[in-house]
Design a protein around this ligand. Structure first.
Ligand SMILES: [Zn+2]
Length: 91
């Protein structure tokens, strides 16, 4: 199992969908999309709240991946636990 899982969430402009035309001030309290001119006066927080769908999607992928790894780990532990017992078999 991996020690850490990291996922990238690509925030998008709600107006034009651009992912890399963001211009922000130092503390990210104001963000502007230079592609379409949309201004996010709520800054980074506003952008994140506009991208909840993306975040949910990544969460689902993450849950699935971590779940699969856990299952593998569990099977391995069970196999190890019953090693040497020819009557017990795990697929
Ligand atoms: Zn835009």
């Amino acid at each position: 199992m991996k020690d850490n899982y990291s996922y990238n969430i690509q925030l998008r402009c709600v107006v034009c969908g651009s992912e890399d035309h963001f211009d922000c001030n130092e503390d990210k309290s104001y963000i502007k999309c230079t592609n379409c001119g949309k201004e996010y006066f709520g800054g980074y927080d506003e952008l994140v709240s506009c991208n909840q769908d993306q975040i949910e999607e990544v969460k689902e992928i993450a849950t699935e991946e971590v779940g699969n790894d856990l299952q593998k780990e569990l099977n391995k532990m069970l196999n190890d636990a019953f090693k040497g017992n020819k009557y017990v078999k795990f697929k």
